[in-house]
Write a protein that binds this ligand. Structure first.
Ligand code: FAD
Ligand code: NAD
Length: 470
């Protein structure tokens, strides 16, 4: 038989759903001495999302921003079970989770249900499409590794098709028109990276096509990057327009067709614009498994944005479930910074919980006694009670420390909003870009990733991006 779960019946079992920012930060910090830990996720790696747009245009190799999750779990004091599977259902009453192998190759067993004492629910979110016709069928997304690969393939396909002999000028212009939907940080960073790709590489490799390439960024709100300070919004929009990128604000995408995008313009009129590729970066939406879990607690879980948690990150209505990151609805933005701080916080919560539970068990034995001879004296009981109070006090609510916002906008420029002396320090330009690079390089998961990313940056500078099509 394969691995049996859980593997030590004396210990409580924590099931962790996900291998993203929240779950990985927990796994890095958790002490596995006290618990059986089982990780369930459809991907067996951690993805460093901030550099995904760079990987999409080939500045970085896709593998450079991944870290296999077993690189992290194998260094733990006790073995951690990693299961590549997708959680299909969580039963918060019976405390079970059902998961299935969703990969192409399946064995005779591909679905199972296990129990948990604590569940860490960190499945993230999926891309919001608002049910707009054609988004799923005709656009590419920018959330997962496969999205970056799809975008690269699609864009190279557009280029090679535009280079086909006899292609009309009109068709070349359509094929080389890229529409990015969403002026949030994902859409902005991707547009910046695409612009670099076009101007640093395509101009020399496809000189006859370069002048036909065009990027349009579409945002429904009155400005891009609403979470950044006003001067950085103006700086970004100005910098995009100077580089001949079309920024359409107060404009809503209403439909995406195979060869065009339908826009509702600020004056309410509709326009159809031909294009070769649409990248959809329209924000987040809860996963179906999350909606199903919340539906089982209709009285407590009333926020459609995601799971509501208390100050200790416990799911309201199901205190054995801790929920972190993008699948939650809280006052924090759905960012990697928040998710990773929450994951690290949970590691300390579990440490304290284990100590508290051990002391409670000790107190029970001391208090009840199993016969006079094992009964502790009053002084010992008092000492244990004091220790217990200390650990109860140590269970502090989660506190988020904002370290600032950074985004790359292309042409070796970045923007940053950093907390500074109870205020904010906003900056944009080439120095901020160097800062952006150093921050991301140092926050990459491992020395291995840092070496690979630094190496890719040097290779791209020296030889350009790889233009071969998979
Ligand atoms: P995720 O990191 O998305 O992880 C979710 C995990 O759950 C994944 O491993 C997934 O495979 C797994 N999963 C999915 N479904 C199931 C299931 N049914 N069962 C079990 N597991 C499941 N934030 C920043 O702070 N700074 C940035 O610079 C930044 N840049 C970004 C760039 C891009 C292109 C994107 C898309 C996001 C960026 N973010 C950034 C946001 C950041 O990536 C998210 O906020 C962060 O990933 C949230 O972490 P999480 O753990 O909640 O979810
Ligand atoms: P987002 O929600 O921040 O932005 C999506 C944008 O798409 C919104 O501004 C919305 O108005 C627009 N939109 C949606 N539908 C539209 C339509 N039909 N037509 C036109 N516009 C439409 O999403 P995101 O950029 O993917 O970011 C998600 C989260 O990840 C955010 O919390 C963000 O801060 C974080 N993130 C951070 C960074 C960074 O710090 N550098 C980078 C990427 C993502």
């Amino acid at each position: 038989p394969g691995a049996q779960l859980p593997f030590d019946k004396e210990k409580k079992t924590i099931v962790v759903l996900g291998t993203g920012w929240g779950a990985t930060s927990l796994l890095k910090n958790i002490d596995t001495e006290d618990y059986n830990v089982v990780v369930v996720s459809p991907r067996n790696y951690f993805l460093f999302t901030p550099l995904l747009p760079s990987a999409a245009v080939g500045t970085l190799g896709i593998r450079s921003i991944l870290q296999p999750i077993r690189y992290i779990t194998r260094f733990k004091t006790r073995s951690v079970a990693v299961v590549e599977a997708q959680a299909e259902a969580v039963d918060p009453v019976n405390k079970t989770v059902t998961f299935s192998d969703t990969s192409d190759v399946k064995g005779l067993t591909s679905s199972t249900t296990i129990g948990y004492d604590y569940l860490v629910y960190a499945v993230g979110a999926e891309t919001q499409t608002f049910g707009i016709p054609g988004v799923k069928e005709n656009a590419v997304f920018m959330k997962e590794l496969q999205d970056a690969e799809n975008m690269q393939r699609r864009f190279m396909d557009c280029l090679e098709t535009a280079a086909f002999p006899g292609q009309s000028k009109e068709e070349i212009e359509r094929l080389l028109h890229v529409v990015v939907v969403g002026g949030g940080p994902t859409g902005i960073e991707l547009s910046g990276e695409l612009h670099d790709f076009l101007h640093e590489d395509l101009q020399s490799w496809y000189p006859e096509l370069a002048s036909s390439i065009k990027i349009t960024l579409v945002e429904a709100l009155p400005s891009v990057l609403p979470s950044f300070s006003k001067q950085l919004i103006d700086y970004t929009e100005k910098s995009f327009r100077e580089r001949k990128m079309d920024v359409l604000v107060k404009t809503m995408v209403k439909e995406i067709k195979p060869t065009s995008v339908v826009l509702q313009m600020p004056d309410g009129t509709m326009q159809e614009r031909p294009c070769g590729m649409v990248v959809w970066a329209g924000g987040n939406k809860g996963r179906q498994v999350t909606m199903d879990l919340m539906a089982q607690l209709p009285e407590e879980q009333t926020n459609k944005r995601g799971i509501m948690v208390d100050d200790y990150l416990r799911m309201v209505g199901a205190p054995s479930i801790f929920s972190i990151g993008d699948c939650t609805a809280s006052s924090y933005a759905p960012t990697a910074q928040v998710a990773s701080q929450q994951g690290a916080y949970l590691a300390t919560v579990f440490k304290n919980l284990a100590k508290k539970e051990k002391l409670e068990a000790k107190l029970k034995v001391e208090g009840e006694g199993k016969g006079r001879e094992v009964r502790a004296n009053d002084a010992e009981v008092e000492a244990t009670k004091k220790q217990l109070q200390r650990y109860e006090k140590a269970l502090r609510p989660f506190h988020y420390t904002h370290q600032g916002s950074l985004a790359y906008i292309g042409s070796d420029k970045a923007i940053s909003d950093l907390p500074f002396m109870n205020g904010n320090f906003a900056s944009g330009g080439v120095m901020t870009y160097l800062f952006w690079r150093s921050v991301y390089l140092s926050s990459l998961f491992s020395f291995r990733n840092r070496m690979m990313v630094a190496d890719d940056w040097i290779k791209t500078k020296m030889f350009g991006r790889d233009l071969s099509r998979e």
